[in-house]
Structure formats: structure tokens, C-alpha cells
Design a protein around this ligand. Structure first.
Ligand SMILES: [Zn+2]
Length: 337
């Protein structure tokens, strides 16, 4: 936002108008009365520092292309005189336009009156302080792993939002030519990098609100908010059901037959699980208190084992399986029909 927008005034605004706008905003955002106002207060003060100083304001206007309309010169002639010289060309053009307008009314004996009314209405339109416009909210998805969801993490979020062009204020043209800042689109994109702390034990689909990090308000309006929608990336072995973590764990054929203690790697280190003898594939085990912490309660970890064949089997192992095959008398498919 440019300094005029920060104070909710226009490049045509009189010093008194700027002063009262500053006072109003300063009262609203002073850190003593508004703990969240520090940033705004600083911006407001900086803008006022420049715009309240005739010399600094002129410099700022020249650098940023804010040319006061010719009409204001009648009310602040002195301050404008030097400035007017610089913009002589433009003024002449404006006068020409007015002459044409006057010419139109030349054969109307009330021409002068019309001219005056026309001018007055134009002036009131131009010097009117724009209504505050609140900034839009921005919504964005953030994908995190289950491990990050459990432990908490930080993410840098790139936010892109469009605002009215600060130079032409969305009018697209300045003095009849395309605005050089927005190339005539009337808006421009703002890229912002925001570091966000994602708390531990966040749910899938949770919504995080970052107050005031949305699109900036215009003319003293409030900033929008930034909403982050948390998406927890699926892990092929892990998923979750409410506060419970569902964990698929492979076991070897001999572990299934003989049972024993198996070590299960988890997000918080390792957990021992006592596997009974002859554990079938698909058997579920519940590890109480190893789930997510939600609403003061802690979920469980539910383990589902599946028998898998080790990728590397030695010749000796295969020979033993052959021996098992000969020894095996039970037909496990006997009763499947
Ligand atoms: Zn523009």
C-alpha cells in the first residue's frame, strides 16, 4: 500500500485532511490501546511523516507518480505553485479539456453555472476519502507427514494474492496511458513467505487461522486472514482413525509360527510387541496409549500383522522349507469350500 492508502486518503487530500486521518488511525492502532496495532502504527507514522511534510510529500509524489489534479490548486495555490510548473503541460491539457466543456455550453446562457456545478461535483468526488475495504481471506493447503503431524513442525508458506495496483488504484490507465506498474491490468500480485508453526497432534483436515496474514485491507480496512488446511500425507504402512494410529506390520513365516517378541519401530522410538505362537496374517494387536493425543485423550496404536516372505532367502533356508513341505501333513485348504 502506498502512503495515501495507509492513511485512507488520496493524493488530492489537503494537509488538514491527512492530519485528521492520521490522528484517527493513530488513536485506533496505538500499541498502548491496541496490542496488535504495533505494525500498523509504525506504517501509519511513517506515512504521516512523509505526507505531513510538504517537501517530503512532493518528493514522494514525484517518485511515485501521484499527480494532484489541477483543480486542487485553487484551494492550495501557494503550495502548488512550484509543483504546477513541473506539471505545466498536464495542466494545459486539462485546461484545454475544460475549454472544450465550456465551449459545449457556450450557447447556453447558464453555461457558467453548469460549468461550476460540474466542477464542484467532480471535486467532491475526487477529494472524498475512500471507504475502507477489508482484505480478502486467503485459503491454502499444507501437506505434512504423519510424523510431522504427531510431533509438530514448521512450514514456510508461499502466499500469492492480488491487490489493487498501488499506482493506478485499479483504474488501469494514468493520464491516458497504460499504468506502468501493472501494465494496465489494474492489479498486481504480492508474493509473501510466511513461516507457520504447526502444532503437534494436529488432525487431518484441521484449519489453522493466521490473523491478518490475508490480503491487505485498502484505505484503512482490515487485513484478511490466512487459513491453512492441513493435509496429512498417507504413509503406506500407517494411517489413522480418529485418535488411533493404524499400523500394518509384516512378520516372517517363522515368527508367525513360533511367536515371540517383535520390535516395532514407531514415531516415538521402538515398541515391543509380544507375538503369540501361531499368529495368523491379519491378526490385530492394540497398543494402548500409543496413538494421537486428542482433546485430552490419547488414542491407541492398532497393529495388523501380515506374513511376508523375506526378500533374500538363502539356499539353506529354501532347503528347510522343502523339508517342511515333506513334513507337513495338514491340508489347510481342505475346508475352504
Ligand atoms: Zn496500475
Amino acid at each position: 500500500m502506498n502512503y495515501y492508502e495507509i492513511l485512507g486518503v488520496t493524493p488530492d487530500s489537503e494537509p488538514a485532511e491527512i492530519k485528521s486521518a492520521y490522528r484517527r488511525l493513530a488513536r485506533k492502532f496505538h500499541p498502548d490501546v491496541n496490542p496488535d496495532g504495533a505494525k500498523r502504527f509504525k506504517e501509519i507514522s511513517k506515512a504521516y511523516d512523509t505526507l505531513s511534510d510538504e517537501k517530503k510529500r512532493k518528493q514522494y509524489d514525484t517518485l511515485n507518480g501521484f499527480f494532484k489534479t489541477e483543480k486542487t490548486k485553487t484551494s492550495s495555490r501557494q503550495a502548488e505553485s512550484e509543483y504546477k510548473q513541473k506539471t505545466q503541460q498536464k495542466s494545459e491539457k486539462a485546461q484545454e479539456t475544460r475549454k472544450k466543456t465550456d465551449a459545449k455550453h457556450a450557447d447556453n446562457k447558464f453555461g457558467d453555472i453548469f460549468g461550476t456545478i460540474f466542477e464542484a461535483s467532480q471535486k467532491s468526488k475526487k477529494t472524498k476519502t475512500p471507504e475502507p475495504v477489508n482484505g480478502k481471506d486467503i485459503n491454502t493447503d499444507v501437506t505434512i507427514t504423519l510424523s510431522e503431524a504427531l510431533k509438530g513442525t514448521t512450514r514456510t508458506v508461499n502466499v500469492v494474492h492480488t491487490e489493487l495496483c498501488p499506482r493506478c488504484h485499479g483504474r488501469k490507465f494514468i493520464n491516458g496511458s497504460k499504468c506502468p506498474v501493472c501494465s494496465g491490468s489494474g492489479e498486481y500480485s504480492i508474493h509473501k513467505r510466511i513461516s507457520v508453526k504447526i502444532p503437534a497432534n494436529i488432525k487431518n483436515g484441521a484449519k489453522l487461522r493466521l490473523k491478518g496474514e490475508g490480503a491487505e485491507g485498502q484505505f484503512g480496512g482490515k487485513n484478511g486472514d490466512l487459513y491453512l488446511y492441513i493435509q496429512i500425507k498417507g504413509n503406506s504402512n500407517m494411517s489413522y482413525d480418529g485418535a488411533d494410529i493404524l499400523y500394518n506390520v509384516p512378520i516372517t513365516p517363522y515368527e508367525a509360527v513360533l511367536g515371540g517378541e517383535i520390535i516395532i519401530p514407531t514415531l516415538d522410538g521402538s515398541v515391543k510387541l509380544k507375538l503369540p505362537e501361531r499368529t495368523p496374517s491379519g491378526q490385530k494387536f492394540r497398543l494402548a496409549g500409543q496413538g494421537l493425543k486428542r482433546n485430552g485423550k490419547t488414542g491407541d496404536m492398532i497393529i495388523t500383522v501380515s506374513i511376508e516372505i523375506p526378500k533374500r532367502l538363502s539356499d539353506d533356508e529354501v532347503k528347510l522349507y522343502e523339508k517342511l513341505k515333506k513334513l507337513s501333513a495338514d491340508n489347510i485348504r481342505e475346508n475352504i469350500l
